[in-house]
Design a binder for this molecule. Sequence first.
Ligand code: GSH
Length: 207
Amino acid sequence: MSVTLYHHPFSRAAGSVWALEEVGIDYELRWVDMMAGAQKAPEIVALNPMGKLPLLTDGDQVVTEVAAIALYLADRYAYGTLAPRVDDPARATYLRWSFFAPSVIEPGSTAKMYNWEARPGQVGWGTYETMLTAMESAIADRAFILGDTFSMADVVFGGTLRYMLRFNMVEKRPAFAAYVARLDARPALQRADARNAAIAKEHGLGG
Ligand SMILES: N[C@@H](CCC(=O)N[C@@H](CS)C(=O)NCC(=O)O)C(=O)O
């Protein structure tokens, strides 16, 4: 089986590199010139009808959606370590905050940035303030989502938060900054950042 990530360093695929580095398997990065629209090429759309990155293949299996890719890799290659087993009660918290990232934080921060008008009871992110309070509750009194144990939920939730802080899409609360500093200390994240930066440089892209 061989694992290939269709990648551009300025896309969410950069976060999938972190997930790959955490599980520690061999993988190939396939350059997709997203700025030139290469993600809409027929061979990519055949695998992902959205024509978007990231896209991961593992042998004949295709996985899209940055959160699904991370959870897939953890279940497949780091089950019981980066992914709590199905009979481990920690699996509840693990899934809860992993899903919170794409279903609440991503749309909620985008809504805030673009001043979208929405009824809090009708949209999944409720209000920006409640979203931030909920996020803080996930990490405020512990090192990682599961407590002292780092898991792939931190790659999903923490990776989203890290991105949102970098682009000023969420308020810089002290608990967020402290949590992201703990994530920044992960060797796998440092390797992923270096690999993404090297690929950007190789293709003449600024940081
Ligand atoms: N829901 C997808 C979002 C994927 C997405 O929007 N990717 C962007 C890059 S971060 C993309 O491919 N944009 C180029 C395009 O839509 O043509 C995920 O979570 O992976």
